[in-house]
Design a protein around this ligand. Structure first.
Ligand code: AMP
Ligand code: ZN
Length: 459
């Protein structure tokens, strides 16, 4: 298996340090609002990677945290006059619901920062004791010049980093690049007791402490969005390596590219932030997942309405093939479609893997009546689908998806119109046939003429 490692800037052969326990940590959401489609990208990408690793190695320990201590959470809680736990529980539950709808499996561990204060304080204590961090005015700061590899992941020269620092340097910092491990909380702010006074942890130390607690000192894979390379992941490395006497932190660093909407960066000020739960009102979760997987994870991905419709059509093709194979059973002795697996093991090439899946679907059309061949194709389609987290429903359920809308035309009414249209076609009243089809289309129902008659689905 090969993976692109941000640390070396190259695609490398991946071998776990212990094949009986592959370890992966991915930075999870800060739970102060609903997840947008950009947040869903790392969740889906690393879900697929965990499946591919599990297929090859069996035992994988995948941890994806929940950041439930954060100033944005504090702000939301203060505005609503509730405890921060109310905000973080609400949005963590929403995150689980939304990711579940996209077929994202729960990770093996989902550590929360509020449950790891002792481990965080312990790690900060070790960094202070070893001279990598210092206390100043209620803060504890990591001293970046104490770590010679600082800047290696993001390929930034630490001097240039300092020269480029635009932010006003706080007077208690010994060096402009030093970053916060612990900061004081005002009496009205959430805070926890520490040897340095009442306060709260910085963002970076959480991940280092939780990864250490759950996965150990050196982990196989660390993932997250491209935006996290600097400063978050650079700082995680500095903390963990220095707390572990110089041992490497993550052997492979993987970063997903950003998702843009109609070629524009998603931002609140532009009003183009697409929430997963809003999208789920217009499209099946599986189509959203398909679109997220149709580009290579390292490339930027452009989200468009056309792309979403395209993703639905791709799934129509795959489920159409499964519908044609409805009369044969899966064959438990059948192997996987290897060209498909090879694409995924080549730096998680999901577009390449999908191309192989469509090739299988084409074979289904050509298989004729050969039962063994049809069983092979069905088995391989479903096995491949499971690796991508697709094709988990019946073709009937896929084609029967209905948007959660009040003005939905009931199926009985649609069936009646379709029968009328069949009559019209029989008597060659093409205009009437088109009229009915357009009427249905206007009500969000797509009709397709197939060799087995008319098929319809909600659009
Ligand atoms: P946050 O909750 O902001 O900490 O983000 C959670 C995850 O979503 C991180 O791994 C981010 O890198 C990722 N992320 C945020 N916005 C986008 C985006 N537009 N495209 C891809 N990934 C994103
Ligand atoms: Zn992190």
């Amino acid at each position: 298996m090969h993976l692109h490692n941000t640390l070396t800037g190259r695609k490398e052969r991946f071998e776990p340090q212990d094949p009986s326990r592959v370890t992966m940590y991915v930075c999870g959401p800060t739970v102060y609002s609903f997840a947008h489609i950009g947040n869903a990208r790392p969740a889906v990408v690393f879900d697929v990677l965990s499946r591919v690793l599990r297929r090859r190695y069996g035992s994988v320990v995948y941890a994806r945290n929940i950041t439930d201590i954060d100033d944005k959470i504090n702000k939301a809680a203060a505005e609503q006059g509730v405890d921060i736990g109310v905000i973080s529980d609400r949005y963590a539950a929403a995150y689980h619901e939304d990711m579940g709808a996209l077929g994202v499996r729960a990770p093996d561990h989902e550590p929360r920062v509020t449950q790891h204060l002792p481990q965080i304080l312990d790690m900060i204590g070790r960094l202070v004791a070893s001279g990598h961090a210092y206390a100043a005015e209620g803060h504890v700061l990591f001293h970046t010049p104490s770590f010679s590899d600082y800047g290696k992941l993001s390929k930034r020269d630490s001097q240039a980093l300092m020269a480029g620092a635009r932010v006003e340097v706080a007077p208690y910092k010994q060096h402009a690049g030093d970053f916060v491990l612990w900061k004081p909380s005002a009496p009205e702010q959430p805070g926890w007791g520490s040897p340095w006074g009442r306060g709260r942890p910085g963002w970076h130390i959480e991940c280092s402490a939780m990864a250490e607690t759950i996965l150990g000192e050196t982990i196989d894979i660390h993932g997250g969005g491209h935006d996290l390379i600097f400063p978050h992941h650079e700082n995680e490395i500095a903390q963990s390596v220095c707390a572990h006497g110089g041992k490497p932190f993550a052997r492979f660093w993987l970063h997903n590219g950003f998702l843009n909407v109609d070629s524009t960066k998603m931002s609140k000020s532009l009003g183009n932030v697409l929430l997963v739960r809003e999208l789920l009102k217009h499209a099946p979760g599986e189509a959203i997942r398909m679109l997220l997987l149709s580009g290579h994870y390292r490339q930027p991905l452009d989200w468009t309405e056309d792309g979403l419709q395209e993703a639905r059509k791709k799934l129509d093709r795959l489920y159409g093939a499964l519908r044609e194979l409805a009369d044969v059973e899966e064959n438990p002795d059948e192997g996987e479609f290897l060209p498909f697996v090879q694409e995924l093991e080549d730096d998680l090439n999901t577009p390449g893997a999908l191309a192989q899946l469509f090739e299988l679907a084409t074979q289904a059309h050509k298989a004729g009546d050969t039962v063994s061949e049809r069983r092979r194709i069905k088995t391989q389609l479903l096995k491949a689908g499971r690796l991508l987290g697709l094709l988990h429903q019946s073709p009937e359920a896929w084609f029967g998806w209905a948007p959660p809308r009040d003005d939905l035309m009931p199926a009985t009414e649609i069936e009646a119109l379709i029968a009328q249209r069949a009559e019209a076609r029989k008597s060659r009243q093409w205009a009437e046939s088109d009229r009915i089809r357009d009427l249905l289309k206007a009500r969000g129902v797509l009709v397709e003429d197939s060799k087995d008659g008319q098929r319809w689905r909600y659009s």
